[in-house]
Write a protein that binds this ligand. Structure first.
Ligand SMILES: NC(=O)C1=CN([C@@H]2O[C@H](COP(=O)(O)OP(=O)(O)OC[C@H]3O[C@@H](n4cnc5c(N)ncnc54)[C@H](O)[C@@H]3O)[C@@H](O)[C@H]2O)C=CC1
Ligand SMILES: O=C(O)C(=O)COP(=O)(O)O
Length: 618
């Protein structure tokens, strides 16, 4: 067996094997990875370096950046709140972390501050762009949107960078619905125009004759939380309510006495149209010259959703031509809109400065909702309001916790069995379980296998948020198969097998008869165990480091290897032998607490009966 040295600061490969750059990266990386709680691994960037204590804010900002975090630095989590947040939420945050409220930051200021922050809390006024997320350089773990609409956060960039985005989707629903109704009524009765006129000393009763709402048709566009509350209230005002929402269940609409109709039907029959859909690429400027042309002449429009769903120039044209009699707008494409905006200045337009969520009650509720979501994320919990990560029910999460550890360790082991230089393209994860495929949520497990495979061979931080994206980006096809087996239904999973195909292994025995590198593990007594390597059954607890040897099955092998390790003061934590048949080939799996030095590994390699071996870090 040939010998070589690694360029790692810690020697960790047996001298028997040549070391590729990939392998060096695996081993250097692995040796610096600090164990973190399971769930923190899921949602946190892995911070690998310690940061020195710094004194002033300026010094700290200058020294921040890189994937450094509060846990590694022994500091409190740093939470930047960039827009006004209710006091109750701030109190919750302050109990946990160091909170900085800095409002009206420029993009540059935000980019500078963000590199020192573990969490950022925004409302609708802060643009969380790719630049901002990138400037965090891996430290930012969570963006909390204190409200519903997340169109001001670049979700794609956040996902790519493994940054969790959470929102507060429920606390401002009623406030927004009430504001829509307020605008509807104010518009119908010219309240704001009449108010301004009277304050200007005029008494114009005939000019401000309004229209009644009772008996009129209201089209609610977007029948979600706010839309359905608006519908409920409008029904109370005696309006006939119809709604358009391609994704809303008809029975929910029926329960409120609302007919779900097509887009065209909604806009062509309505006297009033109230917008409650999110701003997405599909809804962007969905109200434009074409759609206004289909509306009933004299229609009245309320927008408490997002300015961007309306082509504002087209709305001005529709107002001028009389197609739209009046509009009441809380939201604008650009906020604040320019002072000379024709739309804002239009005499038939009533405006408010994005006040939909601005009631005391809603703001306190939103602040608490987002504070709890952000703290949960910082603590490594999966959030029920995650926008860019799968939501996993707490009971599923606790049940899967030991399997999550197993999945990552199997991924980490499997990748170390691949010969350096051969790119990994195809990974298959096979779950054996007593439960039917639909009863087993494997998203977490897949993410952890992905993390285990990718992190050791790249600088990319992988977590539940970005696992699928990163795998795709690296050209890694991860397929899954769930096989129902006769095992305890109490256990969500009986075993997990990770197969890597189309690559060579540096430990030939790890290649199964069917071709791929294959290792399998189980959870036993709550701990992850390796139970199969290639075609060999083993049974070792997955902790510390592992030496796998293939040898001729003969007496004394355990003693020989044990003595070599003992001579170098390396403690063997467990040992297991699996064999194909008696006195033929056997695999010895040896768990070691310490890292054997090169001499120890050389000596193992020199034992004549040992045909191949590999040292693996878990
Ligand atoms: N002005 C303000 O202060 C506030 C504004 N909002 C805005 O209101 C929007 C709705 O909020 P929620 O009701 O809480 O959200 P939601 O997610 O409960 O409801 C949105 C509904 O829009 C539907 N939708 C999606 N695409 C659609 C399309 N192309 N056409 C019709 N419907 C479509 C969805 O299926 C969903 O039912 C938010 O996205 C936010 O932008 C929300 C709160 C306060
Ligand atoms: O929750 C939403 O979507 C809102 O539009 C509320 O925005 P705000 O938090 O008041 O800036």
């Amino acid at each position: 067996m040939a010998s070589s040295a690694t360029a790692c600061t810690k020697p960790i490969l047996p001298s028997a094997f040549t070391v590729s750059e990939t392998e060096k990266s695996i081993l250097c990386h692995v040796s610096f990875t600090k164990p973190t709680p399971i769930l923190q691994k899921l949602s946190h960037a892995n911070n690998r370096q310690r940061v020195n204590a710094v004194k002033t804010v300026e010094q700290r900002e200058a020294s921040c950046g890189g994937a450094r975090g509060w846990e590694e630095a022994g500091e409190k989590a740093r939470i930047l709140v960039s827009e006004k947040l209710g006091e109750a939420g701030l109190r919750v945050l302050r109990e946990f972390g160091e909170v900085e409220c800095a409002y009206e930051l420029t993009a540059e200021e935000l980019c500078r501050k963000i590199s020192c922050c573990d969490a950022l809390i925004v409302r609708s006024g802060t643009k969380v762009t790719r630049e901002v997320l990138g400037a965090a350089k891996g430290r930012l773990k969570v963006v909390g949107r204190a409200g519903v609409g997340i169109d001001n956060v670049d979700l794609q960039a956040a996902t790519e960078l493994g940054c969790l985005v959470v929102n507060a989707p429920t606390a401002n629903t009623i406030a927004a619905a009430e504001h829509a109704i307020a605008l509807l009524a104010a518009m119908a009765r010219n309240v704001s125009q009449a108010d301004a006129s009277l304050k200007a000393g005029k008494w114009q009763r005939s000019k401000y004759v309004g229209v009644s709402m009772v008996g009129k048709t209201l089209a609610v566009m977007g029948f979600g939380k706010v839309g359905s509350e608006v519908a409920r209230r409008a029904k109370g005002l005696g309006m006939h309510v119809i709604a358009h929402d391609p994704y809303a269940p008809a029975d929910r609409a029926r329960a409120i006495g609302v007919d779900l109709v097509s887009f065209d039907q909604a806009i062509s029959t309505a006297d009033f149209v109230s917008l409650h859909m999110p701003l997405t690429p599909t809804t962007n400027k969905v109200f434009n010259d074409n759609t206004f042309a289909k509306m009933k002449k004299g229609v009245r429009i309320v927008n408490v959703a997002r300015g961007g769903v309306i082509d504002e120039d087209a709305l001005v044209r529709a107002l001028d031509s009389g197609i739209v009699a009046q509009a009441a707008l809380d939201v604008f494409t650009e906020e604040p809109p320019s002072k000379d905006s024709k739309l804002v200045q239009h005499e038939n337009v009533t405006v408010t400065p994005h006040l939909g969520a601005s009631t005391k009650e809603a703001q306190e509720g939103v602040a608490i909702e987002i504070a709890e979501a952000v703290l949960g994320a910082l603590k490594g919990e999966l959030s029920a309001t995650a926008v860019n990560a799968p939501m996993v029910a707490p009971e599923v999460l606790s049940e899967l916790a030991p399997y999550v550890v197993l999945a990552e360790k199997l991924g980490r082991l499997a990748v170390q069995l691949v010969s350096g230089g051969s790119g990994i393209k195809s990974v298959k994860i096979l779950y054996r379980s007593a439960r039917g495929p639909d009863d087993l949520d494997t998203r977490l497990l897949r993410a952890m296998v992905t993390k285990g495979i990718i992190e050791p061979i790249s600088n990319t931080i992988v977590n539940l948020v970005n696992a699928d994206f990163i795998a795709k980006q690296k050209g890694l096809r991860i397929s899954e198969e769930k096989v129902v087996v006769d095992s305890s239904p109490e256990q969500p999973v009986d075993s997990i097998q990770v197969q890597i195909s189309g690559v060579e292994s540096k430990f030939a025995s790890a290649v199964s008869e069917s071709g791929p590198i294959s290792i399998e593990g189980k959870v036993k007594f709550g701990e992850p165990h390796l139970t199969c390597v290639g075609s060999f059954d083993v049974d070792v607890s997955l902790e510390g480091n592992l030496i796998l040897c293939r040898q001729v099955d003969q007496p004394g092998m355990i003693g020989i290897v044990g003595n070599i390790l003992g001579d170098q003061n390396v403690n063997v934590s467990f040992m297991s032998v699996g064999r194909t048949s008696r006195r033929k080939k056997a695999i010895m799996a040896i768990g070691v607490d310490e890292e054997p030095n090169t001499d120890a590994l050389d000596n193992i390699g020199a034992v004549p009966a040992i045909e191949e071996f590999v040292f693996l870090k878990l």
